[in-house]
Design a protein around this ligand. Sequence first.
Ligand code: 3PG
Length: 208
Amino acid sequence: MSILDLAPVVPVVVIDRVETAVPLARALVAGGLPAIEVTLRTPCALEAIARIAAEVPDAVIGAGTVRTPADVTASAEAGARFLVSPGGTPALLEAMLGSGVPFLPGASTASEVMALAERGLTELKFFPAVPAGGIPYLKALAGPLPEVRFCPTGGIRPETAAEFLALPNVGCVGGTWLTPADALATGDYARVEKLAAEAAALRPSSRP
Ligand code: 3PG
């Protein structure tokens, strides 16, 4: 199954304290969002991925902010089941293709999308989604590049997610709003679960 079809929303998670990884993953899964992207932006990110992989079997744990071939190797070794990158350099793409792990490379221009499509990559992260042009931009890309589907991420909020999800070239959206820093700091996983449940319900009924 495609990464884009696992859930309507992929929580983009920044974990500062590794102890929060498992309870927050359980809360997201309980709310209906099994695909979770832990960003490699904090020192404990790989350990967080490993713990979630080991202890939350219903989660599909992924690594985000994957920027280098070393990130690819470390993420796969930690147990990441998918990889997400803000872009797609030649070296990174080689490493991702060689890893055997499903991945979403990032693109935000027509030429970047075309370069990735030339390599057979037609499921991409659209980043940074709102600053790069948001919904009108995605609609414009669908004309000449209808075979490419996206996970837009960057600037998407609960109020705008449904409008993104209604686009034919959007499979899912990503965002950090599911795991507010204050909820993680206070251990308010019930709030995380509630936010996840609201996001899981966003998929318009016209889509599978
Ligand atoms: C990302 O890290 O992929 C995005 O920057 C998340 O953006 P958001 O914080 O606007 O959801």
